[in-house]
Write a protein that binds this ligand. Sequence first.
Ligand SMILES: Cc1cc2nc3c(=O)[nH]c(=O)nc-3n(C[C@H](O)[C@H](O)[C@H](O)COP(=O)(O)O)c2cc1C
Ligand code: SF4
Length: 480
Amino acid sequence: MTVSTGEPAHVASFYHLRDERPGHPHACAGLACFAARTDDPARWQAAQREPRLYCLGQCHRAPAAADAAGAEAPIRVRARAPVLLERILAGGATDLDAYRRLGGGRALERARALAADALIGCIEASGLRGRGGAGFPTGRKWAAVAAQAAADRVVVANADEGDAGAYSDRALIEHDPFRLIEGLSIAAHAIGAPRGYVYLRKEYPRAARVLTAAIDEAQAAGWLAGFELRLVIGQGSYVAGEETALLNSIEGRRAQARLQPPRVAERGLFGAPTLVQNVETLCAVPWIVEHGAQAYAALGFSRSRGTKLLSLNSLFCTPGVVEVEFGLPLRELVEDIGGGLRRGVLRALMVGGPLAGLLPPALLDTRLGFEEMAAVGGAVGHGGVIAFADDSAIAEIAAQVFRFGASESCARCVPCHRGTPRIAAMFEREPGGVRGDAREYAARIEALAATSLCGHGRGLAEFAMSLERHFPQELRACLA
Ligand SMILES: Cc1cc2nc3c(=O)[nH]c(=O)nc-3n(C[C@H](O)[C@H](O)[C@H](O)COP(=O)(O)O)c2cc1C
Ligand code: SF4
């Protein structure tokens, strides 16, 4: 069953794409399209129309527009064991028979034969951490929801994939939708949830069609054994991907972040204890249940176990979605897997979306891991990898990030709502124009970091801190 969000006017007016038909003809204004803007200036110009669209998830062929041709991203595996992409490499499975033929469904059978505690213990022992950005231990989250004394519990798949530069969840849903449904069903069994939701962004109309058909088929075939699953389509809001804003959106409200505590594990959707989990996180679950926690924990390195999907933008010679093991040096990602840049020289690398840091080429020996990336002022984030060539100045990249931040602010906090357009303007200075005030800049970033209610404002502050750390000269050139 598919439902749509928000109906009263004060709710509808919050969302950028409320009046747009799915697949509307806009070009994309996301950061990967910005990085590739000189490849098609006319298309980039078209992307400046309102409402701006961040992002279509077609960063492999940026600058992108919402037509279907060429939307399929190349898919590769560079891990000892393909946890997530094996079935897609074998052609994908968009009906239940094909899914079962290609090995799907065995994990759900096994999970249903296990006690909830054993299942949660298996996910804990695997070392799986959330792939939506924060890297929180998944098993610990399941245990927290399962421990609530409540008659009702809910599981929600976060398919908002709003981080500009990331399109791996789109690939999973469009080519292997039953894997997500299986992961959700296993999670529901573990935490005792009779119902669940998938919250999917409107910018992915094909994913919506594929997933609607898959949920209907799974339910009609009795595969969900009474677990009630609904698909909710967003109406255009980046902050709706933040888990409390997402729950508000499903409830038919404006997608604004909630004050915490209570955590959503205690009081989430309609007041019920709620498990919110990213698509890729849930898609790893069937493999873990089938192959065992130890097999999963044997992949990866350090405190980052298993594999991660990365989405490479169009400036790489070989863009697309790639499954890698944690521990991969960024240099191998850029030079070997990505094949280097198809034009220009690498100016900076953005891994994990605009709320993570911007890294200079000097840091390419950093290895991919939650703690290792944080140590250099970056993040694994959602796994989007955007290479900026030397036709993008650091100030232009910063202006674009803060314009995006301003456009997507949910307006609950003044430093985020009012401050981010001011910061963008400081980076937008025309050649020879007036420089931004350095003290005002520092105060605005400090306020963003200290007072933001959600990770949107705090992430923008972290992006600014990465500029101070890695590009001080370029920053000073914008400020007086
Ligand atoms: C501004 C903002 C946007 C976010 N967008 C997404 C998103 O599109 N998809 C996602 O899975 N997580 C997103 N997150 C993270 C979610 O709040 C949440 O941590 C995640 O869905 C939990 O799932 P995980 O533990 O499997 O990662 C976002 C967070 C913030 C602060
Ligand atoms: S930091 Fe920004 S997006 Fe997050 S709650 Fe505050 S205003 Fe909304």
